[in-house]
Design a protein around this ligand. Structure first.
Ligand code: UDP
Length: 235
């Protein structure tokens, strides 16, 4: 039974209660779905990349919703009550940060910046400060925001080091968290080039959804390159 269809995934109720099957779609959207496309095999690549990254985070003690891979484009996950925030962590200025604050694209930030955006397509996912988050009821307490911020930074450290070993620079990324049935805060969603910006360490070549956003070339081969590097197969 289909529970929910988002821009990148469909969620189905799994046989066992308390679990869902996340099916990764081939659709691509950008600019709040104003730009749309499709890339055959993209869902599978995102699912396989997410699998590796969720497993990596779990070995570092980060709780995630990931249970196991069911098919190459489907993973079994814990069912969660999602927090309606996008937690964005940035190491290098680009995208909306550069546009909004006029910081040069590619400028390294003096420290990892964590931002919260409200998940609301009608409002265009606005940037929120802590008080906005509390006023909107997106979270119940400041303590939850601190947990999200700390978790975002810890995940950033783990992923940045990991990608650097693959000659990839983790520029920025978006996380989504939820509460599991025990009421613990758990990392959900996906970890793929749809929501991580990755640049080649030597050439600066973009290997993420910016290839689609900015029409820079073949999206699939960029994502394949990321999976290849993760799996240790270099082109
Ligand atoms: N991001 C995302 N979903 C969104 C908005 C942003 O996954 O709805 C990711 C995006 O891929 C990037 C980071 O969050 O890795 C920061 O994105 P930014 O705010 O610069 O947004 P954009 O330039 O895409 O408008």
């Amino acid at each position: 039974m289909l529970i929910y269809e988002g821009k990148g995934k469909k969620l189905y109720q799994a046989e066992q209660s308390g679990y869902v099957l996340a099916e990764f779609k081939d659709d691509l959207t950008a600019f709040n779905a104003l730009k749309k496309g499709e890339e055959r095999g993209k869902g599978e690549l995102n699912c396989l990349i997410s699998q590796v990254l969720f497993e990596l985070l779990q070995t570092h003690g980060i709780e995630t919703h990931y249970i196991k891979l069911v098919e190459n484009h489907i993973m079994l996950c814990k069912k969660m009550k999602m927090i309606p925030l996008e937690v964005v962590v940035r190491n290098i200025a680009t995208g909306s940060l550069s546009k909004r604050l006029g910081i040069d694209e590619g400028r390294p930030l003096p420290f990892a910046l964590v931002e919260f955006y409200y998940k609301d397509d009608k409002l265009g996912d606005p940037l929120l400060n802590d008080e906005h988050c509390l006023i909107l009821g997106a979270v119940k307490s400041q303590e939850v925001l601190e947990t999200l911020r700390e978790s975002g930074k810890k995940i950033n450290t783990i992923l940045s080091e990991y990608f650097l070993e693959k000659d990839l620079v983790l520029v920025d990324f978006k996380l989504e968290f939820g509460f599991d049935e025990q009421g613990e805060i758990v990392l959900g969603d996906e970890l793929s080039p749809d929501n991580l910006r990755l640049w080649d360490k030597h050439t600066g070549k973009k290997l993420d959804k910016d290839v689609f956003r900015q029409d820079l070339g073949d999206v699939k081969s960029a994502y394949e390159e990321v999976l290849g590097r993760i799996k240790g197969e270099r082109k």
